[in-house]
Write a protein that binds this ligand. Structure first.
Ligand SMILES: [Zn+2]
Length: 223
C-alpha cells in the first residue's frame, strides 16, 4: 500500500504571543526548519507538510521557504485566533490559499476535543468551519485534531459533520487515501538524525507496536 510521511509543524522562529503550557517545545527555529526542508528532497517516501494553530509564522517565515523549494502545505487554523497578534489574519489565510496552500480547521479555541462536552465539540467543529468558510469563500472539509487528542466519539462527530480528511498526531506513516491520517509533530529539541529517521519511516518494532495499539484504542477498534 502507498505510504507517505506527514510532518506537522506548529510555530517557526520566535513566538509573538503568549504560549500555552507545554507548547514551547513545538516551536522550531528558522534555521532548523530550513534544515528539515532541505532533507525532504532526499527522503525515500513522499512527504506532506502541515501546520497547526494558525501562527503568523506560517505565512511570514514558513511559506517563503516552502515556495522557494517548490513545496506547499496544509494549514490548520484556529478560527478563534484569527487576526490576533502573533496569529494569522483573515487576509493572511487568503494569501496562503492564493499561494497554493490548503486551509483546514483546528477548531475555535484550541480545546481538547476528547474531553470536551458534546455541545462544545460540535461548536468547535461547526463554528470554526463556518468562520473559515466565510473568510475563504468556500467549504472547509479538512480538520486537524488539537493536541492529537481523540477517541471514537470525536471521530464519529467529525464523520457526521462530513469532513473529508482528518489529521491526528499519532506519528508513523500515513495512507494518502485514508480518511484518518497520522502525522509526526516536529519539536525544537529534535536533531537531524531523528528527522532523517522520521522521513525514512523507520521506527523500532516496540515503538510501532505501542503506537498501533494506542491508535486502535483511540479509534474504538479494540473492544
Ligand atoms: Zn494545536
Amino acid at each position: 500500500m502507498n505510504r507517505i510521511v506527514i510532518l506537522n509543524f506548529h510555530g517557526i522562529g520566535v513566538p509573538r504571543r503568549d504560549l500555552e503550557p507545554g507548547e514551547a517545545p513545538y516551536w522550531v527555529s528558522e534555521d532548523f526548519f530550513t534544515r528539515i526542508l532541505d532533507l525532504i528532497p532526499e527522503a525515500p517516501l513522499p512527504v506532506a507538510i502541515t501546520f497547526d494553530d494558525g501562527n503568523a509564522s506560517d505565512l511570514d517565515l514558513a511559506a517563503p521557504r516552502l515556495i522557494d523549494r517548490g513545496l506547499t502545505a496544509e494549514v490548520f487554523a484556529l478560527s478563534g485566533r484569527l487576526d490576533r497578534p502573533g496569529s494569522l489574519s483573515a487576509a493572511g489565510l487568503r494569501e496562503l490559499e492564493a499561494a497554493g496552500f490548503r486551509i483546514g480547521t483546528h477548531g475555535v479555541d484550541h480545546v481538547d476535543w476528547r474531553r470536551a462536552a458534546p455541545e462544545t465539540l460540535a461548536r468547535e467543529i461547526d463554528e470554526s468551519r463556518a468562520r473559515l468558510a466565510e473568510v475563504l469563500g468556500r467549504e472547509i472539509d479538512t480538520a486537524a485534531i488539537p493536541f492529537g487528542s481523540y477517541g471514537p466519539h470525536v471521530l464519529r462527530a467529525l464523520r457526521r459533520a462530513g469532513l473529508a480528511r482528518v489529521f491526528t498526531s499519532d506519528g508513523g506513516l500515513a495512507n494518502p487515501e485514508a480518511w484518518l491520517r497520522p502525522r509526526t509533530s516536529l519539536r525544537g529539541d529534535m536533531d537531524v538524525p531523528r528527522v532523517r529517521a522520521i522521513l525514512d519511516g523507520t521506527e523500532s518494532p516496540l515503538r510501532r507496536l505501542r503506537r498501533s495499539a494506542a491508535m486502535r484504542w483511540k479509534r474504538g477498534l479494540s473492544d
